[in-house]
Design a protein around this ligand. Structure first.
Ligand SMILES: Nc1ncnc2c1ncn2[C@@H]1O[C@H](COP(=O)(O)OP(=O)(O)OP(=O)(O)O)[C@@H](O)[C@H]1O
Ligand SMILES: [Mg+2]
Length: 407
């Protein structure tokens, strides 16, 4: 390949190659090739991502809240379809869709009561990059879907990690008109056009791609004389939230117009934090910036409040004494502001991510069963804890929470 760089002698007499835009274009093209190669390796031949997870009858019984006998009887009487069988005539287990059909049949779908319960819109927010916002958003979304809730996940990050984890190649599979871009730039009246099904039953996504970068500038221009431009996302989310129980928003890692819009659109916040000293100082900056941003918004007539705000320790490494110490200190100082669950640094999450999957989507452990099971314990505990916070905001759940001894 012909080099686009020119040889130059710098002040020290070294010879090096000056990198110009043409060379960067080549690197850009190569990067897309890597992504395509990765996709070919990790996805089915037709490239549509599918969910292979199947639940055994006892798992299904637990998810549905009925006994295996009740399920078998319903299948025998034809009220429920039997799970498909493999070539050896053995039951393959139930898909999430089949489990949800059982929940429907037995009246155990956990939907909120649309007359009295508001949909909960959670932003997994921290202006720092790489703290696990996308990881937490996607795992929470899938955990809630597994529980039978109707979930929407909105990817507001031009880097589109969440979109990629759902099997879409942001810059090849998606046009700007299939993301928030068209609505935010004023070309569309609402966001319904961009909400699509995923291979997870009852879990929909509004995907992102690089086009969202442009929104930062156009929103900044719009917001100068017209602060309510920052409520554009909120208006659109409120318009569709009625179809869901829980909406999750994954914002970009910076304080910009999109992040401010996310703060306005959300009615609950989860703030992931890595228990490393350098990361932590950025977290205190985050709260300073959050206070200032909320004050500015309030000054412009947009008062924001949240149903809950919880700090989530993520990526904690037990083998690092500094991590352990900081986690302890955070717990002492923040107290109830923190979620009890500590998400440990898990090779299972990291490896699943490398396959553009979540830990929930793995058919079998990538590392070891022990590591996988441990990871599932953190994830389920996170899911359970946030689910309780959500249910506490729903008046229809009061009696059930009382019976469970939670309130
Ligand atoms: N608990 C964890 N254990 C292991 N790896 C993790 C964990 N949480 C996140 N990661 C990994 O850390 C990386 C960054 O995570 P993620 O993309 O979720 O962060 P982010 O805050 O969304 O980043 P950005 O600011 O770029 O949007 C990913 O490779 C992810 O797989
Ligand atoms: Mg992210």
């Amino acid at each position: 390949m012909e080099s686009m760089a020119s040889a130059t002698n710098n002040d020290h007499g070294d010879t090096y190659e000056e990198i110009g835009i043409d060379r960067i274009r080549i690197i850009e093209k190569l990067s897309y090739k890597v992504i395509e190669g990765l996709r070919r390796k990790v996805f089915s031949p037709d490239k549509e991502k599918v969910l292979h997870t199947r639940y055994s009858i006892s798992q299904a019984a637990e998810m549905v809240g009925r006994t295996t006998t009740t399920i078998r009887e319903a299948e025998k009487s034809g009220r429920l379809e039997e799970p498909s069988k493999n070539s050896r005539n053995r039951r393959e287990g139930y898909t999430l869709e089949q489990v949800n059909k059982m929940r429907k049949e037995f009246g155990t779908l956990p939907y909120r009561n649309s007359e009295i319960d508001e949909p909960v819109v959670i932003a997994v927010q921290n202006f720092k990059g790489g703290v696990g916002k996308s990881t937490a958003s996607v795992h929470l979304a899938q955990g809630f879907a597994k529980d039978g809730y109707r979930v929407l996940i909105i990817d507001c990050d031009p880097q589109a990690s969440t979109t990629s984890l759902f099997g879409l190649n942001p810059d090849w599979d998606l046009k700007p008109d299939e993301t928030l871009y068209s609505y935010m730039s004023g070309e569309r009246a609402n966001i319904k056009y961009a909400i699509r099904d995923t291979y997870w039953d009852q879990l929909k996504i509004l995907p992102a791609n690089l086009s969202l970068y442009n929104i930062e500038y156009s929103l900044a221009a719009q917001a100068i004389n017209n602060a309510p431009a920052l409520d554009k996302l909120r208006v659109a989310v409120n318009e569709v939230a009625g179809d869901f129980d829980i909406v999750l928003i994954d914002p970009p890692p910076a304080l910009g117009m999109l992040s401010l819009s996310v703060l306005r659109a959300a009615n609950a916040l989860v703030v992931p934090v890595r228990p490393a000293t350098v990361d932590f100082s950025s977290t205190s900056h985050f709260f300073t910036m959050l206070v200032e941003a909320l004050e500015d918004l309030e000054g412009a007539g947009m008062y924001s409040s949240y149903k809950f705000l919880k700090i989530l320790t993520n990526d904690m490494d037990d083998n690092k004494s500094a991590h352990v110490e900081l986690t302890k200190m955070m717990r002492n100082v923040y107290g109830p502001e923190m979620l009890n669950t500590v998400m440990k640094d898990s090779a299972e999450i990291d490896n699943a991510g490398a396959r553009l999957m979540t830990a929930y989507e793995l058919e079998k452990p990538i590392t070891s069963k022990k590591t996988h099971d441990r990871c599932m314990v953190y994830l389920n505990s996170l899911n359970q804890e946030v689910k309780t916070l959500i249910r506490k905001t729903w008046p229809s759940q009061r009696e059930a929470l009382r019976q469970e001894g939670i309130i």
